[in-house]
Ligand binder design. Sequence first.
Ligand code: AMP
Ligand code: MG
Length: 333
Amino acid sequence: MPRTSTARIYRGTPRNLAMLARRLQAGEIVAVPTETVYGLAANAFDAAACGKIFAAKGRPASDPLIVHIHDHRDLARVAEANAAAQKLARKFWPGPLTLVLPKNRAVPAVVSAGRSSVAVRMPAHPLFRRLLRLAGTPLAAPSANPFGYISPTTAGHVQQGLGNRIRHILDGGAARIGLESTIVDLRDPQKPRLLRPGAITLATLEKALGRKFVTVRPAVHLAKKSAGLLAPGMLPRHYSPRTPLTLHERLAGAEVRGAREACLLIAKPVHRRRPKHVFWLDPRGDLRGAARRLFATLRRLDDGRFERIHVELAQGGGLADAINDRLQRAATR
Ligand code: AMP
Ligand code: MG
């Protein structure tokens, strides 16, 4: 925790929610729970309030925010929805899907980093939904972490990262999904593009829209038989722990060399005597469990004990693509 913490963590009582809604209406920023990761929220129509998000995170002004809305009617307040967007919104909202659409003029340029498009999502977390309703305005919110570090999935993570830069954190428990939302660019409904993989998978989206997507950032393709190191690729550094990560298609746990290295597997290894410093994301290798615990586990292993962490990539498509996307970026230095 930062030595000079100014942030207070609030439980989601009716009184606290009403107070935090008033803070948001007054142009302050509030860290909020969502089902994906914790967000740092401000009134999306208040340019000065949104500017505080960038300052607190150390986020470059060129990186746009996601606007969170309470219900379907709010969509028209922030964006121009086409039929494809309405179809996906009806099917997946509230939920971990963000749509990039032509921006409504009411949304200030700071939110969209000067672009003519805006990213919109209707979150599912019950406390965030109550706060959105009470605030009565869409809330712009990126992840509530210092720019470039691992996204927060608990109120405690927010406190650790931003505790000396913000004042209010709403505690909604550990994030249920644990990975940032899937982002789809629907500016051209004929050419939907996947901008970020997430819990709502590409296959599910293509089925829902009845057309193929253009993938912008190709998912990690696993050559199933060739074991060993995968190049981190050209992905931008993001979600990064300080400890260097080495990615592997398969890990046995025996790769650890000395006391200063660790292994992070997807599933619990089967050996009877497991080597020291071997960790896993889910006992049975269930990908939803692995996704939920990924960021918290990386944070725990990033406490300075280790010089290197060997990490096993997830197998298969869908949620594995989303997990591997985050791992690839975390490994990019
Ligand atoms: P974060 O919530 O921290 O993951 O940040 C929001 C992310 O949403 C940005 O980093 C972009 O990747 C994406 N995003 C937001 N607005 C737009 C937009 N208008 N066009 C494309 N991507 C966007
Ligand atoms: Mg982020």
